[in-house]
Design a protein. Structure first.
Length: 74
């Protein structure tokens, strides 16, 4: 998934995201990335297993998962 695209499986609310990079730091699949000049994380859907670690750890609750969307095949 390219920067700026959205998905119904994972959503990052840019109004709530403070760019702390905790999600990128804790993601076990490196599916959320932040470069040194990025203000918000980029989600790489092809790497994401929808484990939910980013949702749990986000201090501002800016990340949500849509449980109705099936997880990608391993």
């Amino acid at each position: 998934m390219r920067n700026g695209e959205t998905s119904t499986a994972l959503r990052i609310d840019e109004g709530q995201c403070v760019g702390c990079a905790i999600c990128a730091d804790i993601c076990p699949e490196v599916a959320l990335t932040m470069g040194p000049d990025d203000l918000r994380p980029t989600w790489l859907a092809d790497r994401c297993t929808l484990c939910g670690e980013c949702v749990v750890e986000c201090p501002t609750a800016a990340i949500t998962l849509n449980s109705e969307v099936p997880a990608p095949a391993p």
